[in-house]
Write a protein that binds this ligand. Structure first.
Ligand code: FAD
Length: 487
């Protein structure tokens, strides 16, 4: 006999939504839930409140308690702080989604665009304690029961996106997948700032906004921003994912949370002697997959035939035509096998989105960093606040696992900036404060930021141990206010 809860179809749909394992499933169950509860997902104002009223389901209540605690933070002013703002967010990576959540908590109308239809990245992200706390407070464990159990401090990119997508939708963010941002359209006549999209006829193309946040990932540079290249010595990263069958034997194998060469010379020497594999460092996380990330030395890649021909230029060296994929798989396999002491005997590659072995080689020799984090553009009297978050602001070096932590710091700083902008702080001051915070970002570590995670909010003083919001002055950022002469 069906239980009482399941007799109510909206309860069953809510369960499906909570458990959904792909982006499309999440979206599908969410629209079904809205239909059953007669909720208009475009009616962002009060969407969450109406949802709570209409879905009177005990299983949802624990989640509402979490989200209510978050929405009641003073900085959001009960969802009115940015009630007049319309925000376009580009990219449903973790940082785009996390930004969308903050902006909707501030009361803004938020439309998020993502060019892909699915979340497919198995790779695993390292989480600093504050990010674990933050995600738990957003109900991560309700959506993904295994979230950071015990001492685990990581999550696959895909799972993280799914959690954040679900929270975004519940808070009234309008999420569009399968639509690509192609650039800004300047205001004309009565119309404000809009975006050029592919497909052109997409309904979001009619959205007019005054805030544009780009979270398009590494190397995505929206117009008006410049990236600086930080060129270091050659650094070749390899990631590999193997199927986790979740057997008792696999559960026994300890993770490697970062063995750098300087700390364990013998391990790397033995690895070299036995396999001809020469690494700078290696990390192993047991997650949905067995995930390995390592930095490999060029000579050993040449010796093992992974790289076919030696070039001094990193781009030529790692060009697809110069990489033997079979040899790369063997290299990653042997490094994984050795570093886990042969205790993961059936190392079988997981599949990537193309249905191939999930192993990849990346060049970290040259990292990108945006010269500035924000700017204001004004055309025909209409202003647009533009900001970068996540990898398109600062590209992280994956083996150090800083991407999400620094990514979320930038998200909170950006939300604080949008709040100041909404509250009428002078444009140049808004930019100057944002750039002052940006100066701190690359130095942040778990040790030099506040440990009082329960007090964290978008207010920078709750997170940075010392922050001077006037480190950069308004007159120093005049070049970041781009106004047309006719305005
Ligand atoms: P991303 O997660 O890259 O998200 C950007 C999103 O924007 C993407 O979904 C993209 O499809 C979308 N997008 C881009 N352009 C457009 C457009 N024009 N229109 C619409 N949508 C657009 N970090 C680690 O620490 N360890 C790893 O092993 C690791 N592996 C990675 C593997 C890959 C293939 C990639 C791309 C990144 C990896 N990272 C890894 C980095 C990590 O994913 C990021 O630090 C983290 O996801 C935060 O990034 P983000 O949200 O800023 O950008």
């Amino acid at each position: 006999m069906a239980s009482k809860d399941h007799a109510n179809s909206s309860h069953a749909t809510f369960d499906l939504f909570v458990q959904a394992k792909t982006c499309q499933e999440v979206k599908q169950h969410f629209s079904e839930l809205c239909r059953q509860l007669q909720l208009d997902s475009k009616d962002f104002r009060g969407f969450y409140t109406k949802l709570k009223e209409r879905l009177n389901y005990w299983k949802a209540k624990a989640l509402w308690t979490k989200l209510d605690k978050r929405t009641s933070q003073e900085v959001y002013q009960q969802g009115t702080a940015c009630a007049q703002n319309k925000c376009l967010v580009l990219g449903a990576g973790p940082c785009g989604l996390r930004t969308a959540i903050e902006l909707s908590l501030l009361g803004a109308q938020v439309v998020l665009l993502e060019k892909r239809e699915e979340f497919t990245r198995n790779n695993v992200l390292h989480l600093w304690p504050f990010t674990i706390y933050d995600l738990r407070e957003l109900g991560a464990k309700k959506f993904y029961g295994k979230f950071c159990c015990g001492s685990l401090d990581h999550i696959s990119i895909r799972q993280l996106q799914l959690i954040l997508l679900k929270v975004s939708l519940l808070l009234g963010v309008e999420v569009h997948t399968g639509v690509e941002y192609k650039g800004l359209i300047e205001p004309t006549g009565e119309k404000g700032w809009m975006a050029k999209l592919q497909p052109q006829s997409h309904p979001a193309a009619a959205f007019q906004f005054d805030v544009f946040i780009s979270a398009g990932g590494g190397r995505f540079v929206p117009e008006g921003f410049k990236h600086k290249e930080l060129r270091g010595k050659l650094a070749i990263g390899i990631t590999a994912n193997f199927i986790n069958r979740k057997t008792a034997a696999e559960a026994q194998v300890p993770e490697i949370s970062g063995v750098a060469r300087i700390y364990n010379q013998k391990f790397f020497q033995d690895l070299l002697n036995e396999t001809d594999i020469d690494l700078e460092n290696i990390v192993y996380y047991k997650d949905d997959t067995h995930y390995f990330v390592m930095t490999a030395k060029r000579k050993s890649l040449l010796k093992r035939g992974v790289i076919k021909k030696d070039y001094s230029n990193a781009e030529q060296l790692l060009a697809p035509g110069n990489v033997d994929h079979v040899a790369l798989c063997l290299y990653a396999h042997d490094a994984a096998y050795f570093s886990t002491g042969g205790k993961l005997p059936e190392l079988q590659f997981a599949q990537n989105q193309a249905g191939q072995h999930d192993v990849a080689m990346f060049d970290f020799t040259c990292m990108q960093r945006a010269e500035n984090a924000s700017l204001v553009r004004e055309r025909r009297g209409k202003k647009l606040l533009i900001a970068l978050v996540g990898d398109c602001l600062v590209e992280p070096f994956w083996p150090l696992g800083t991407g999400i932590a620094r990514g979320f710091f930038a998200v909170f700083d950006t939300a604080w900036m949008v709040r100041s902008w909404a509250m009428g702080v002078l444009d140049l001051k808004v930019i100057a404060e944002r750039e002052s915070m940006y100066q701190l970002l690359s130095q942040t570590t778990p040790d030099n930021t506040s440990k009082k995670y329960s007090l964290y909010s978008i207010d920078p003083t709750t997170r940075y141990q010392s922050v001077n919001l006037s480190a950069i002055q308004a007159h120093q950022v005049q070049h970041l206010y781009d106004v047309d002469k006719g305005s």
